[in-house]
Write a protein that binds this ligand. Structure first.
Ligand code: PGA
Length: 250
């Protein structure tokens, strides 16, 4: 049985002080989530990672990005050993905003995923199509390429450790969420791709999240689907009260 996973992606929101306040509130959130058998986590900005971990050492904390090299002349970048040293054990990879504004390709994502796995960290690999691709019926083609390139050359053992987030670009931050049927059909398709690329056991182990305008009032419909194992949530993860409602409605 795959445990439900709810991750908040704060993007470029919250100062360290605001993150610290949430961190304190998250102690109760975590107790509530544990009672509901839901796993939770937060991806704050790089500057707030250590703050959040200090405020609640039991919370899963993810970076929103990382570099694939362990060190070197990469101005403005953060390495995996730097993250590991402060207790970060997850990283979002290939979010559509990074693909769009920072030219991240699935091949670059693959290098990051490989480096994270070597370091025993969990990648949350994001895939999803743009509005134009969706409207021209190319969703599966786009997602297949992102999965094939992003997860290339992984062993079955490594592949089974990752988390995938299906986030249609047109649904992110727009309030235009994909229907529960679309989310299920693409997540089920991703599971089939994992079976073809790796094995049935990998496809049954990997958790696949839906993301894109998930709110307390629609999360239930997504998570009732057999192939949607959780959600990656932006806007609705920013306050402890909204985060609590998300957990409550799973
Ligand atoms: P949103 O963001 O929930 O604000 O649409 C989701 C995401 O980008 O992960």
């Amino acid at each position: 049985m795959r445990k439900k996973l709810l991750f908040g992606n704060w993007k470029m929101n919250k100062t360290s002080k605001e993150a610290e306040d949430f961190g304190v509130e998250s102690i109760q959130l975590l107790e509530f989530a544990n009672k509901k058998n839901v796993e939770i986590g937060i991806a704050p900005s790089f500057l707030s990672l250590a703050t959040l971990i200090k405020a609640n050492p039991k919370l899963n904390v993810a970076s929103q990005n990382c570099h694939f090299e362990s060190h070197g002349a990469f101005t403005g970048e953060i390495s995996i050993p730097m993250l590991k040293e402060i207790g970060v054990s997850w990283s979002i990879i290939g979010h559509s905003e990074r693909r769009l504004y920072n030219n991240e390709t699935s091949k670059i994502c693959n290098k990051k995923i490989v480096s994270l796995l070597i370091n025993n960290m969990t990648p949350i690999y994001c895939v999803g199509e743009t509005l134009e691709e969706f409207e021209s019926g190319k969703t599966k083609e786009v997602v297949k390429k992102q999965i094939n390139e992003g997860l290339a050359n992984l062993s079955d053992e490594d592949a089974s450790k990752i988390v995938i987030a299906y986030e249609p670009v047109w649904a992110i931050g727009t309030g235009k969420n994909a229907s529960s049927e679309i989310a299920e059909s693409v997540c089920a398709y991703i599971r089939k791709l994992l079976k073809d690329m790796f094995s049935e056991s990998v496809s049954e182990t990997v958790r696949i999240l839906y993301g894109g305008s998930v709110k307390p009032n629609n999360i239930k419909a997504y998570l009732e689907n057999p192939d949607v194992d959780g959600a990656l949530v932006g806007g609705a993860s920013l306050t402890a009260s909204s985060f609590k409602e998300l957990i409550a409605n799973i």
